[in-house]
Design a protein around this ligand. Structure first.
Ligand code: GAL
Length: 715
């Protein structure tokens, strides 16, 4: 007994003096990116699962940077088969990221377990993209490359060896005592005996995010049609219903680029057969090509759980997990054998006849239907690792099918993770809080994922219009009517306004497309939070710094958390209104801002209050902003099709814009078949005049006529 006590005390002592502390060996991977290794990292991780290949040339263009933290303050320790990590935090620092959160943007002070799951209404780390990456307002990013459930204490724990500890206070007498004292570190617990840690330098938070995105291959460049409008039809529609829906869009003049078929396209679903239902779709090949003749592509819903009635069930059975989902077998997509059986079926039955992409459903969770953590997989990967990466694997290998036939795809997925940056998929879910959808859009930009605030149905016409307004300022302009059967015109009082919004989406296609090209080639997230915007740093309110003040322990660190306005591309600030709201406040960063619709001056580094009316979603343009638009059309331009440009320019300052062009459909841009052209406005005799540079010789040139539109009346 005594011996045991002595051993325990000795053990505790050794822990305290850091016997279990591990040296982190840092290697520079690219300019401003370092990898640290602690212990023995597991062979399977997020980078391996995604197969992401860094775009080192683009990272080099951001430039060299010094190691952004004091390496001595980043510590790791191994104990109990787990890795303990500590990173320093300054008093004035705010943190963003830690995956696709829906209600919070500021993450300092939060405790999370990053765990793949559907979103259950709380920001606790369980989400569709539990990306273990955070970015600091001080201009650096940290990524933990693990496929394990990860515990995060983002500035909550107060260590005995803290360099900047809070003062211990007497609760009996001191009113400023707090249950949550100040913490000067971020700590994480990885349930593995080693892990890789990546550090991304800034100098600004945007550059740290860009390095992270480019490290993961750069953002996706969708096909042009992917940025048009998409409607997901009711669950049991047949070929005629779908065709009639397409005709109705055409007759009413509503834009439409692709239609999504929900579970009923398959002969059986939940679990699926992955083959067409021949009653509803007797001739799939003809159906797909008839739709294509109308310029409308098809996207198919799947979840990957294989019905015992699927034609390939026997072949895939040796390569599935020990547990089922809805009694369907769960392919181990980390195994080549499983992939080749599964994707061969998709190729043969659907991709080869022209299906443009997939919606990959239910790969995130709910614990009650997904495989449990006790499940086993034939590859030897644990159930936990499979859960954290399943969405990544499906994105990666379905993307591969399209890459092989040199056709781009753009679809939907309900689970992603770090490494998913370059995958042509947008995350969606079943949750439906409009405000939270916008907060998710903001957070997607810190997590290297895309998110759509899809519209399904609404209680009122007002809500419908408000939702449609945000849908068109998002990565995928979509109505998901799988259950409701809603059409864009279903609320007659606002059908006209909804149509205008859908048309605006199409008009803005040259802008959206160029912004996605910047995501791909430069790592700049097309939809992102205000904290990544230069000139946004709000002046920290001069408050007495009371480190133990419970309501705002980080008064210095932050200004207000901004959850309801965001940047869309280089020049636009979007500030949605929600049902019942007639008026709202908007924080304009430093510099002059102009109304997107009228070109009128709106403010400079100030908070404005607007009452835009129901028809408008407030959008502002930076001084010198240039927005390339095209005439309203029902479908995206096809490969090589010329389109006219209307170039709108705003404000009083000269500006410039990089306009991207390529065939819009293939991967030939990877072989250099693309052009960046420069739109410029210059002050000549006090008047702004615009020029568009010619494309380099032999490079794509799809631009027809050019119209310049001066939006701001300046003298
Ligand atoms: C849900 C999904 C919906 C719809 C539905 C069809 O899981 O989130 O968007 O696809 O399945 O059963």
């Amino acid at each position: 007994m005594i011996l045991k006590q002595i051993t325990c005390t000795l053990f505790f002592f050794l822990c305290c003096i850091g016997l279990f502390a591990q040296k982190i060996s840092w290697t520079k991977l690219a300019p401003g990116i370092w990898k640290g290794v602690i212990g023995s990292p597991e062979p399977y991780d997020l980078v391996k699962a995604s197969g992401a290949v860094p775009n080192t040339a683009a990272i080099a263009e951001i430039g060299e940077a010094v190691f952004p933290l004091n390496p001595a303050q980043i510590t790791g320790a191994l104990s109990d088969g787990k890795t303990f990590l500590t990173f320093p935090l300054n008093r004035n620092e705010q943190l963003y990221g830690f995956g696709l959160n829906f209600q919070t943007v500021h993450q300092r002070g939060r405790i999370l377990e990053l765990h793949m799951d559907h979103y259950g209404g709380k920001d606790n780390g369980r989400t569709h993209a539990p990306v273990p990456f955070y970015v600091s307002s001080n201009g650096y990013g940290v990524f933990i490359n693990t496929a394990r459930y990860l515990k995060v204490y983002a500035g909550t724990g107060v260590r005995l060896d803290s360099e900047h500890p809070p003062v211990a206070k007497d609760r009996n007498t001191d009113k400023t005592w707090s249950a949550r004292p100040y913490s000067d570190n971020v700590e994480m617990l990885v349930p593995a005996a080693g892990v890789e840690v990546y550090l991304f330098a800034g100098p600004t938070p945007m550059e740290a995010v860009r390095r992270f995105n480019l490290f993961n291959g750069g953002g996706v460049l969708p096909p042009r049609w992917g940025l048009g409008f998409t409607q997901r039809v009711q669950r049991l529609y047949n070929a005629d219903d779908v065709m009639n829906e397409a005709k109705a869009f055409e007759e009413k003049g509503f834009p439409l680029d692709f239609i999504g078929l929900e579970p009923g396209w398959q002969s059986k679903s939940y679990p699926g057969t992955f083959e067409w239902d021949k009653k509803r779709f007797p001739d799939p090949k003809k159906f797909v090509s008839d739709m294509m003749a109308k310029n409308i592509r098809l996207n198919l819903w799947i979840n990957p759980y294989v019905s015992p009635d699927a034609s390939f069930y026997k072949q895939i059975k040796p390569y599935v997990g020990s547990h089922t989902v809805w009694v369907g077998a769960v392919p181990d997509f980390s195994m080549k054998e499983a992939r080749s059986v599964f994707f061969d079926q998709l190729k043969k039955d659907q991709v080869s006849i022209g299906v443009s992409g997939y919606k990959i459903d239910e790969v995130d969770g709910y614990d009650h239907y997904l495989w449990p953590d006790v499940a086993r997989f034939p590859s030897g990967h644990s159930a936990e690792q499979m859960r954290q990466t399943y969405g990544l694997l499906l994105q990666r290998y379905s993307f591969d099918m399209y890459r092989r036939i040199n056709k781009r795809t753009y679809g939907l997925v309900r689970a992603s993770n770090a490494g998913g940056v370059s995958m042509p998929y947008v995350i969606y879910n079943d949750y439906y809080n409009h405000e939270d959808f916008i907060t998710a859009l903001i957070n997607s930009g810190y997590a290297g994922v895309l998110w759509t605030p899809e519209a399904r149905a609404s209680k009122t016409a007002e809500e419908w219009l408000r939702r449609m307004q945000t849908v068109v300022f998002s990565p995928m302009a979509m109505i998901n009517a799988w259950s409701s059967g809603t059409k864009p015109w279903s609320y007659p009082e606002v059908a006209g306004q909804v149509k205008q919004m859908a048309e605006l989406r199409m008009q803005m296609m040259p802008y959206w497309y160029s912004e996605f090209a910047k995501y791909h080639f430069k790592g700049i997230p097309p939809f992102r939070g205000m904290s990544l915007e230069e000139g946004f740093k709000q002046d920290a309110r001069k408050q007495a710094v009371n480190e133990n003040l419970e309501e705002n322990p980080y008064a210095e660190a932050v200004s207000k958390e901004v959850k309801d306005q965001y940047m869309a591309g280089e020049y636009l600030l979007v500030a949605p209104l929600f049902t019942g709201q007639k008026t709202r406040k908007i924080i304009l960063p430093k510099g002059k801002w102009y109304d997107f619709y009228t070109g009128d001056y709106a403010g400079d580094g100030e908070i404005i209050t607007v009452t835009p009316g129901l028809d408008k979603i407030p959008v502002y343009v930076k001084d010198g902003g240039i927005i390339p638009m095209m005439p309203v059309r029902l479908h995206a331009p096809g490969a090589g099709e010329k389109y006219d440009l209307e170039i709108r320019y705003y404000g009083s300052r000269p500006g410039s814009y990089k306009l991207y062009d390529d065939d819009g459909e293939t991967f030939n841009y990877e072989k250099g078949e693309y052009s960046w052209r420069e739109i410029k406005t210059t002050l000549i005799d006090g008047i702004l005049r615009g020029t568009l540079s010619a494309p380099a010789k032999g490079k794509p040139d799809n631009i027809g006529n050019l119209v310049w539109k001066k939006m701001t009346n300046t003298k």
